[in-house]
Design a protein around this ligand. Structure first.
Ligand code: PGA
Length: 264
């Protein structure tokens, strides 16, 4: 199952979702950084952690204090951003605020936000555009439900989610990372099969390249949905997989370190 040679540095993103506390975050981050410091530096993978908004500054401080001198092995991302720049939008967090806090990345359109905050494909494209304009790299989530897959509509459903971003054009697409996250795999304990991942990643790649041409071959397409240490090596052995978006397993330092290591 080859889709070509990997052109990108593996990207491992920890999505903490609505988990953590000042104390728990502190020990999690120290364990992760301790683990990485035992490897030969600099590591070959790009690692991102996405804590809840209130903890961004805490994690930024830990990274600044604890990371190896002159080498910052982990960068900071947020789990969402506002479509608005500023003003009367109670509860929203703007792209500018995220860059102010040292974020380089932002997850957009996670299926949990689509389900509970009614985000649409169009608003996800807006968020991706706003993120890029502010200098953030959006990690755009795409994924079909179990019902869609069983109805043979998985590819079509992904196309509907992709369309508004493709319409914005090649510059936006080249500035995004895409995360294929089948909704039925997230938090289920069961990762999608290699065949399912290959089919969908290849399809997303083709759709991207229909707008960008060959340049789209270096756009990263990562996988998310029950990624755990024990299947990580098999996952990363697929040429079509440029990294992982990791939920539950990113809250366990040992698991997360093993996943990062598997991508080397
Ligand atoms: P999971 O979550 O790894 O816990 O399945 C992945 C995600 O929702 O990003």
């Amino acid at each position: 199952m080859e889709s070509g040679t990997k052109l990108t540095i593996p990207l491992i993103v920890g999505n903490w979702k609505m988990n953590g506390s000042i104390q728990a975050n502190h020990s999690l981050m120290l364990s992760i950084l301790d683990g990485i410091s035992l490897w030969s530096l600099p590591i070959k993978q790009e690692v991102v952690v996405c804590p809840p908004f209130p903890y961004l500054q805490q994690i930024r401080d830990i990274l600044a204090l604890e990371a190896e001198e002159a080498f910052d092995p982990i960068s900071l991302g947020a789990q969402d951003l506002s479509v608005y720049e500023n003003g009367a939008h109670t509860g929203d967090v703007s792209a500018q605020m995220l860059t102010d806090l040292g974020c380089k990345w932002v997850i957009v359109g996670h299926s949990e936000r689509k389900a509970t905050h009614f985000e649409t494909a169009a608003s996800v494209a807006d968020k991706a555009r706003i993120a890029v304009a502010a200098g953030l790299t959006p990690i755009v989530c795409l994924g079909e439900s179990k019902e869609m897959r069983e109805a043979g509509q998985a590819l079509h459903n992904i196309d509907i989610q992709l369309q508004p971003i493709l319409e914005v054009g090649p510059d936006l697409i080249r500035s995004c990372v895409f995360a294929y996250e089948p909704i039925w795999a997230i938090g289920s304990g069961s990762i999608a099969t290699s065949e399912q991942i290959f089919e969908m990643h290849s399809h997303i790649r083709r759709q991207i390249q229909s707008v960008t041409g060959q340049e789209g071959s270096s756009v990263r397409i990562i996988y998310g949905g029950s990624v755990k240490a024990d299947q990580a090596r098999e996952l990363f052995s697929l040429d079509c997989v440029d990294g992982a978006l990791v939920g539950g397993a990113s809250l366990d330092a040992e698991e997360f370190l093993s996943i990062i290591d598997a991508a080397s």
